[in-house]
Design a protein. Structure first.
Length: 259
């Protein structure tokens, strides 16, 4: 069986001439017994294979390139990250964030967490009671406007000292007035839903200023700002969602009474 398969392998894989295909395994073994016949076999192989190797399309460089393409089909720059690598990186980022958050000064940490209580308590109380209170929602919007104004105004205090890395230029001082203006606009809406959306925009702009435009802030402060912004945004969106749900429930009740 092996002797029968050898010519087929030669024809399919090596595409050698017919003379070379006739050299089956028994003949190769006979050639191997004698050194002179083995040298003549090597000359015959060179004569038969040389025309293929001398062709311009099969020069050594192209053959070597095709071999490289066969073994390296994908570029290393475009290799996708495995899920394990992404998970380890995410865990590393979370560990660094928690470590920097623990390294923050205790007064700044406790006061910042305490300042989130009015945001979280409003939608939590509404969810427990199962009723939407417009007065509480407006109080949350008002407190959010005050908080956004504070986040915008603190840049003045950071840029005014002489040894501060931030200069009191137009970029720092004028941008600090943008969040208070958006907060004032949020209070002008009669409906609390657009007011909450305006505050979410103001919080995002203030966070962008603190993270990108002023990179000299300490790491613990940046992490504290991110955590606080996420909690405030989620609380405002939760209040807006509870309002929408309560309005739908009221409309359904009215339709039932009318029917």
């Amino acid at each position: 069986d092996k002797t029968k398969m050898f010519p087929h392998i030669q024809r399919c894989c090596f595409h050698t001439p017919f003379k070379l295909q006739k050299l089956t395994v028994p003949r190769l073994l006979l050639y191997g017994k004698n050194k002179t016949t083995w040298s003549s076999l090597s000359l015959q192989l060179q004569r038969n294979v040389c025309p293929l190797s001398r062709s311009p399309s099969l020069n050594p460089a192209s053959v070597y390139a095709t071999k490289l393409q066969a073994f390296h089909t994908s570029s290393p720059f475009f290799k996708k990250k495995t899920p394990k690598e992404s998970e380890t990186k995410e865990l590393g980022i979370l560990q660094r964030s928690m470590k920097s958050l623990k390294d923050s000064p205790k007064p700044a940490l406790y006061l910042s967490l305490a300042g989130l209580i009015p945001f979280v308590s409003v939608p939590l109380l509404m969810a427990i009671q199962g009723t939407y209170y417009p007065e509480l929602a407006f109080a949350q919007i008002t407190y959010g406007a005050v908080t956004v104004s504070f986040l915008g105004g603190k840049r003045w205090g950071f840029a005014l000292p002489e040894n501060s890395p931030a200069k009191p230029d137009w970029l720092n001082l004028a941008n600090s007035t943008v969040p208070p203006l958006l907060a004032w606009q949020a209070l002008l809406f009669k409906d609390t839903t657009p007011g909450a959306i305006m505050l979410v925009m103001a919080l995002g702009i203030a966070l962008h200023y603190d993270l990108s435009l002023l990179p000299t802030y300490p790491g613990w402060f940046k992490v504290l700002r991110v955590v606080g912004t996420v909690v405030m945004v989620l609380s405002l969106l939760a209040t807006a969602a509870l309002k929408t749900i309560s309005e739908e429930q009221r409309s359904n009740r009215r339709n039932k009474w009318q029917n």
